[in-house]
Design a protein around this ligand. Structure first.
Ligand code: MN
Length: 227
């Protein structure tokens, strides 16, 4: 069974960037539903007990769209919660150096991230990723994620689905993205991900599923996603 991971902060901790009402709805309703559906479908597909990362990749490989959508959304949201911190965590250190090298400045990176997010039609996600060509801003549609994109390793993501911002920003996706980058984004987490992509430390992993009949299958971690 895959758990719904708790938020790594209080529901009100990201205010005023993201309201407690939005986080309650987003985590307790949307994310929870994806996890519950994943539990049901992974069981049917004979994948229950596998690391969620493996379930996402296997569902993509076998073109099991419903399982993919739910498992990937379960993973994406757990990753997204880690990409935020109360008040945000400043862009410093190695990540800042890499961002400046790639985009020219932190502000230019933010402009690129906002432009990609605003230009993305419909639901999806906007990512800062690293790969063989260095840092890149990309967006993905619906539940699509970097787990199934060869050679890309996620550093940060922001949710572009309307449920992520409509209560607080209505149709102003640009205002949401700007506020998110300045007041919620956890660049420290992004830097840790960047180190992990270089083989230094562990990247984000979804909590290991509990084995059928109880207990925890943490003795059987799956393959580590690598850039
Ligand atoms: Mn969402």
């Amino acid at each position: 069974m895959y758990v719904l991971p708790d938020l790594p902060y209080d529901y009100e901790a990201l205010e005023p960037t993201i309201s407690g009402d939005t986080l309650h709805l987003h985590h307790d309703k949307h994310h929870k539903a994806y996890v519950e559906k994943t539990n049901e479908l992974a069981e049917k597909a004979g994948l229950a007990g596998k690391p969620l990362e493996d379930v996402v990749r296997e569902a993509a490989r076998t073109d099991d769209k419903t399982l993919f959508n739910n498992a990937a959304q379960a993973w994406n949201h757990a990753f997204f919660w880690q990409c935020m911190a109360p008040g945000g965590k400043a862009c410093t250190g190695s990540l800042k150096a890499e961002i400046v090298k790639t985009f020219g400045s932190v502000d230019a990176f933010k402009d690129a991230f906002i432009k990609e997010g605003v230009g993305h039609f419909g639901s999806g996600w906007v990512w800062l990723v690293t790969g063989s060509e260095g840092l890149k801003v990309i967006s993905t549609h619906d539940a699509q994620d970097t787990l199934v994109k060869e050679g890309l390793f996620p550093l940060l993501v922001c949710d572009l689905w309307e449920h992520a911002y409509y209560l607080d920003y209505q149709n102003d996706r640009k205002g949401f993205l700007k506020a998110w980058l300045d007041g919620a984004a956890n660049y420290f987490f992004g830097e840790q991900q960047m180190f992990a992509a270089d083989g230094k430390g562990d990247g984000f992993r979804y909590p290991a599923p509990s084995a059928p009949g109880g207990g925890n299958s943490k003795d059987a971690p799956g393959e580590q996603p690598r850039a």
